[in-house]
Ligand binder design. Structure first.
Ligand code: BGC
Length: 363
């Protein structure tokens, strides 16, 4: 992927916020109160059905989660949308969206109408194909305290206001969409500044806000530390029965992310998969996901797993098959990361599935 700065967007959003904190900025509690501090009641049977219905899914990654669609080489094209549900391929799509790059820099985070219309178009095409779609918020680097790559810097004081203001708009806009086939995922891989209590606080406010317009829609929430299973012990769920848990697993990381340029230091290539110790690590993550979800009383699925193209294809196929079998033995739905970029099951140049990978996952 490319991390080139998108200067056009700077022009688009210039002038929306000053550099100084706004003394009139309302407190979060006034605008976006938390859910009551009460125990989470556990999930409704409907949430368990929706989670099971995800089955074998796909991430439409590096499309609408790029700084601007197309900037990482992919668009959510008719070609890609046309693949879902065809030839044994899934109808479950996780749709990562980088809203924060398309919203005003002030606390109101007004989402660019043209971008909203584009998301409508992709979402409605997928829903019209009979898909189940998980629409999320992806990459808000400053919120996590990450380097910004091509994200626009905003006043730190409005970071959380913006997160919630965006969710207010998204939730209202899609409130009328199918109640079982569209779910919202509150945030991808909270980490860094959001680890632990800050994420619990923000998530609780987001759930309460989304519930104003979507009283019973399925909401996917994960732990901080990049949706790691180990951080599920720190996750405090709000008292809402319509939640579904997500975890991400890229174990063994030195295999799945070998040669990935966005991981520093870059991991050496030439790592194979999957010997017994590696399998044990893969299984341990899944076992923990299952036991933590049972403790919390909510269903869980694996929202991301995958192996980058720098690993040899036969090993990626072994990894994909081993993960699929291990997840399915535990009754876990899953979403491969991702369709057509560096981890892709589909080759966009050949306009064809990478058959061995495709078969290991979806056949
Ligand atoms: C990130 C991607 C990254 C992938 C694997 C995802 O959550 O959004 O940018 O390629 O994880 O590292």
């Amino acid at each position: 992927m490319s991390f080139t700065r998108r200067t056009a967007l700077l022009g688009l959003l210039a002038g929306c916020a000053g550099a100084r904190p706004d003394p009139a900025l309302p407190a979060l509690d006034a605008l976006y109160p938390r859910m009551p501090d009460a125990p989470a009641p556990g999930a409704t049977p409907r949430m368990r059905e929706i989670c099971a219905s995800f089955g074998r899914g796909i991430n439409f990654g590096n499309m609408l989660d790029a700084p601007a669609e197309g900037e990482w080489g992919l668009r959510a094209s008719d070609e890609f949308i046309g693949l879902v549900g065809e030839g044994g391929f899934t109808r479950s799509v996780r749709l990562p969206v980088r809203w924060s790059n398309h919203a005003s820099r002030d606390a109101s985070a007004r989402i660019d109408p043209a971008f909203f219309a584009r998301v409508d178009e992709v979402l409605d095409q997928l829903l019209a194909r009979g898909c189940t779609v998980m629409l999320n918020m992806h990459h808000y680097h400053q919120l996590d305290g990450d380097p910004l790559d091509s994200e626009l810097r905003v006043d730190d004081a409005v970071l959380r206001h913006r997160f919630l203001a965006m969710w207010g708009q998204i939730a209202e806009r899609y409130a009328a969409r199918d109640g079982n086939r569209l779910v919202f995922e509150v945030y991808n891989e909270a980490h860094g500044l959001q680890d632990g209590p800050p994420w619990n606080d923000l998530m609780s406010r987001a759930v309460r806000l989304i519930r104003r317009s979507n009283p019973t829609r399925g909401l996917v929430v994960g732990s901080s530390r990049w949706n790691s299973v180990d951080a599920l012990t720190q996750l405090v769920l709000p008292p809402d029965p319509n939640l579904i848990l997500t975890v991400h697993s890229y174990e063994p990381f030195e295999f799945t992310h070998q040669g990935a340029t966005w991981v520093r230091p870059v991991k050496p290539t030439g790592v194979d998969c999957c010997g017994a110790p590696q399998l044990a690590r893969m299984h341990a993550v899944l076992d923990k996901a299952v036991s933590e979800a049972a403790r919390l009383g909510y269903p869980v699925f694996v929202g991301e797993f995958g192996a980058y193209e720098a690993a040899p294809m036969p090993a990626r196929v072994r990894y994909a098959r081993a993960m699929r079998e291990a997840m399915e033995q535990r009754g876990l739905s899953w979403f491969w990361w991702e369709l057509a970029s560096g981890f892709g099951v589909y080759d966009p140049k050949a306009h064809a599935m990478r058959q061995p990978l495709f078969e290991a996952l979806y056949r």
